[in-house]
Write a protein that binds this ligand. Structure first.
Ligand SMILES: [Zn+2]
Length: 254
């Protein structure tokens, strides 16, 4: 699919419009249309989180019981000790998708995550939210490798990668494949990086969760700990338990 899209995009965006304009100048609207379609075919799966067009993105996991996977992005931030205490009190293990620069600043926070039985994975070095989708291959590789190196310093190995704000471009999959890293999206998100209303986030997430769902939340906001606590309590009340699935259990469909 990825090869097809790229081949068409390249052909359509360069060759077809030029030929059309040279041979049939009055047909310029068609040339523009082809150009727009070619760009759209690349932009849509790039900017749309969890799109599978450019390669597999894991959005759920295999399970026979009421299990969900809590993933917490954008740390390690100052609320890490409080968050770890809250997760301990709730009896929950989670996966932290961390930024390499923050790992370098607070490796002790990451060591604490690992020591408490959570897993830690790659969420890029600097989290360039607005630019990741348009980075060239060398910069994509740098973002992934630097974060992997930061994680190695605390004894963790990157097996999974979550793209900043879920956006990826056509270079991301081949770079990850060469490194044996799987790209992970989510099944359910609560937009908890915005606002400060815990109940609203709980109401957004809980009704959408099924067994095998990957829930994405964030740390580092004033209400992050309360938010994670609220969501976990509500899901536990509905009979869900929390697991960190091995990568082999991850699936691309719900
Ligand atoms: Zn993020």
């Amino acid at each position: 699919m990825r090869t097809l899209i790229l081949a068409f995009a390249l052909g359509a965006s360069l060759i077809v419009p030029i030929l059309l304009l040279l041979m049939f100048p009055p047909w310029w609207p068609i040339a523009i249309g082809v150009l727009a379609l070619a760009h759209g075919l690349v932009l849509w799966p790039t900017l749309r989180p969890n799109s599978q067009w450019l390669g597999p993105v894991m959005t759920s996991f295999e399970t026979d019981s009421n299990e969900v996977w809590l993933t917490i992005d954008d740390g390690p931030t100052d609320d890490t000790p409080a968050l770890l205490d809250a997760l301990d009190a709730l009896g929950v293990k989670a996966t932290f998708f961390v930024k390499g620069v923050l790992v370098e600043q607070r490796p002790d926070f990451v060591s604490a995550m690992l020591a408490r039985g959570h897993s830690v994975e790659n969420h890029s070095q600097t989290h360039p939210s607005g630019a990741f989708w348009c980075l060239p291959p060398s910069s994509v590789a740098w973002q992934i490798d630097q974060c992997s190196a930061a994680l190695e310093m605390v004894g963790a190995r990157s097996r999974l990668f979550r793209a900043p704000v879920g956006m990826k471009n056509p270079f991301v999959h081949p770079i990850l494949t060469r490194r044996g890293i799987t790209i992970v999206g989510w099944s359910v998100r609560g937009f908890d990086s915005f606002g400060d209303d815990v109940q609203r986030v709980v109401q957004r997430i809980v009704p959408r969760v099924r067994s095998g769902s990957i829930v994405v939340m964030h740390q580092g906001r004033g209400f992050s700990v309360a938010c994670v606590t609220g969501v976990v309590r509500a899901l536990q009340a509905k009979g869900y338990s929390f697991v960190v699935p091995v990568p082999e259990r991850l699936k691309t469909k719900r």
